[in-house]
Design a protein around this ligand. Sequence first.
Ligand SMILES: *Cc1c(COP(=O)(O)O)cnc(C)c1O
Length: 403
Amino acid sequence: MAASFEEVQNLYHNYVMSTYAPELVLTHGKGTKVWDASGKVYLDFTSGIAVLNVGHAHPQVVAAVQDQATKMFHVSNLYYHELQGRLAERISTIRGGGKCFFANSGAEANEGQIKLARLWGHDQGKYEIICMKNSFHGRTLAAAAATGQDKVKKGFEPMPAGFVHADFNDLDSVKAFITDKTVAIMLESVQAEGGVIVGDTAFLQGVRSLCDEHGLLLLCDEVQCGMGRTGSWFGFEHAGVSPDVFSMAKALGSGFPIGAVVASPNVADVFQPGHHASTFGGGPLACAAALASFDVIEQEGLVAKAKEKGSLLKEGLEDFVERFEHVVEARGEGLMLGLVLDQDAKPLAKSLEEMGLLAIPTAGNVIRLLPPLNVKDDELEEALDMLDDCLEEMHEGGDSEVA
Ligand SMILES: *Cc1c(COP(=O)(O)O)cnc(C)c1O
């Protein structure tokens, strides 16, 4: 018998630091579905926060990890391992060139690209990175310093120096921060934790031009919007922009921890032996999971599916904007979508959870929807029905329904 909710909650209460505030015990998953300790089933429209792009327990990923586990769990980066080379080749091929450094998480991949940019600019005395307000880059000190939200920095000061914050989607604001110390501009092509805010094409192209004019690197954080999530392999493709360096993590290993820094060759070669390292980075289990994830995404056509299913879901959300007074906007790209309310999104997320749909409240008033890219049409419909019911409930009591 699996432990009850109360037993697991007590274990956490007594022995796990309280950095999170979970309210469910999940026991297993399959595709878009997950089960809790009481046996209740949910549609998982969080995908573990954009990690499970191929869904829970995809048989090909499971088989790849099982197979590799019988051969070798770990190889030190003091030695070559074929799978790390194969994975780097795969990423480089999809990207159209470039070399990889492997880490274990999004924050660590961002640390890697920050260090690479600093080393690249070091001899010219350039180190400052222009980041964006409302961005999110992770919880290590440098990634938190790059993040444009005070709540991740509060209490941890002094923050590492060398980061300034411009307004996202405002090119003049970025321009105003460029000095002879600037080495790079860093951004998410779609701000995810910030509330699913898509970077304007003109803005992203403008930033690319600024980088070219001033000899700066463009760093993209593709940790959440990469791996097909937005309907293209990488979020920056929507704007036709090519960064010099970008980070990946979340969906790269379908839940097996792995992150990557991907850099164009002239920048990548700045890293030489001794400059940067990670014990576990690019280990064989992680690379096996990532290679299988690429196989699944390609074989099942999931990049195109993200676009197709994303527009279906967005249509449904736009309908809510028309019908419900307190729903103000549906935004996002592909299957990274946000439903914007005129009030705190947490109560709605809670009632969705009770009904059987997991979605993430973010940036105060946004419900973030991130289903697996192979979500089925009937699952999309079921989720929209649950949203409809919960929105009805939310609007009940007042005369707030527009139609
Ligand atoms: C989740 C996230 C990170 C941090 O990734 P971790 O694996 O939690 O360190 C960084 N950037 C973006 C855009 C993210 O969504």
